[in-house]
Design a protein around this ligand. Structure first.
Ligand SMILES: [Zn+2]
Ligand SMILES: [Zn+2]
Length: 379
């Protein structure tokens, strides 16, 4: 099966874009393709709709895992090409269709170049965008039994030259966490606001406090970012003075300890303002992504190999501000996530006109072969 074949598979996955946690047909397409390539075994429904394929030499050695994410986003596609998403309001705007097709392409290489020792584990991971898929898979005994020694993944990155490898040791992408804050007062008639407890003032004070942290972050060791993503006060009812409010935030940091500090800052402001405004409150968290931590030693070895081969490579100076739930895997296993440039003029990730550049299927397959050649037999 050649590259054109996998470009067509990519377009099929693109048409069939499915949200995190709903990747039923996507998983079926992947399994159907894997079955043509005779892996030693295929496991389905791993961490939701994830799929694992194993090429096992049956001889002890390194177990190397490669991950591709497979889920799409709740974004309305603005492209008009013939393979545009058939699912209304859902589309592949992070290129996970391309990551999955590339891993299938790599599977086709492995089916002809089977490991001489150890195993190669291909993990088609569901629900990356919501930060749930990697964690869920890591609770599955079938996943744990494979005992990966090293874990690797790559992500396409617009604004870098097409095919350029983007590497970094230690922190590669940020930790992030969603916080949902509910404020509770007491509603009253709009003509008698003094008889109720409206959270309106507290809501505006909190928004102001949380907005200022970005301009002058104090007491943190590295980058932190707090984004207010949603706010709601009462209901649309002109006769009612509101009694509750909701505020949602996304917190980001490069260091795990700064995430803890940022969360403490939010909670202390919340306590202070709610006490003053006589409100009760609850805080819950969602979509928690750890920092993706790249093993510096493995990164150095890969960097040397790419330089030797004359592969276009850039070492990023700062971690990326977005998050990846591959960080769940690197929190338990040695490995790294690397970027491959999607083109300097390419639409950005999560933009409605983004589409995965098909040239990267072959390029990324070569890089995965490089990684496997370097670490598959490393003692
Ligand atoms: Zn994404
Ligand atoms: Zn992505």
């Amino acid at each position: 099966m050649n590259t054109d074949y996998y470009k067509a598979i990519r377009k099929g996955l693109h048409q069939n874009a499915e949200l995190s946690g709903q990747e039923v047909k996507t998983a079926l397409i992947i399994v159907k393709e894997l079955e043509k390539l005779n892996p030693t075994c295929i496991f389905t429904k791993v961490g939701g709709h994830g799929v694992l394929a194993v090429f096992d030499s049956n001889i002890p050695g390194r177990n190397i895992l490669f991950r591709a994410d497979i889920d799409a986003l709740p974004i309305m596609e603005s492209n008009a090409f013939e393979y545009k998403s058939l699912n209304y309001g859902v589309s592949h705007k992070c290129g996970h269709d391309g990551h999955a097709a590339s891993l299938l392409r790599f599977a086709s290489y492995l089916s002809l170049n089977r490991p001489q020792q150890g195993k190669v584990i291909l993990f088609f991971q569901a629900a990356e965008e919501t930060g749930q898929g990697a964690f869920a898979a890591m609770q599955d005994q079938r996943f744990l039994d494979l005992k990966p020694d090293y874990v690797f993944a790559w992500h396409n990155i617009p604004s870098y030259p097409l095919g350029q490898v983007v590497m970094k040791g230690e922190e590669f992408s940020a930790a992030s966490k969603g916080l949902i804050i509910n404020l509770k007062g007491k509603s009253s008639h709009a003509s008698e606001p003094h008889k109720g407890i409206s959270p309106a003032l507290a809501l505006s004070r909190l928004i102001r406090e949380f907005s200022t942290i970005n301009s002058a972050p104090k007491g943190f060791s590295d980058f932190v970012l707090l984004t207010i993503i949603h706010a709601k006060l009462g209901e649309v009812a002109f006769g009612t003075n509101p009694g509750d409010a909701t505020l949602m935030l996304t917190l980001r940091s490069f260091k795990q300890e700064d995430m803890t500090k940022l969360e403490e800052f939010v909670k202390s402001k919340l306590k202070e303002i709610c006490t003053e405004e006589k409100l009760s409150y609850t805080v819950s968290q969602t979509e928690v992504f750890p920092v993706t931590y790249n093993d510096p030693e493995l990164v150095n070895l890969f960097e040397d190999q790419l330089k030797e081969k004359g592969v276009d490579l850039i070492m990023a100076e700062e971690p990326f501000p977005w998050s990846e739930d591959f960080g769940c895997l690197t929190s338990k296993h040695k490995g790294f996530l690397f970027g491959i440039g999607a083109g300097t003029q390419h639409p950005e990730l999560h933009h409605p006109d983004y589409d995965f550049p098909d040239e990267l299927i072959e390029v990324s397959c070569h890089r995965m072969i490089d990684v496997y050649g370097l670490f598959g037999n490393l003692d």
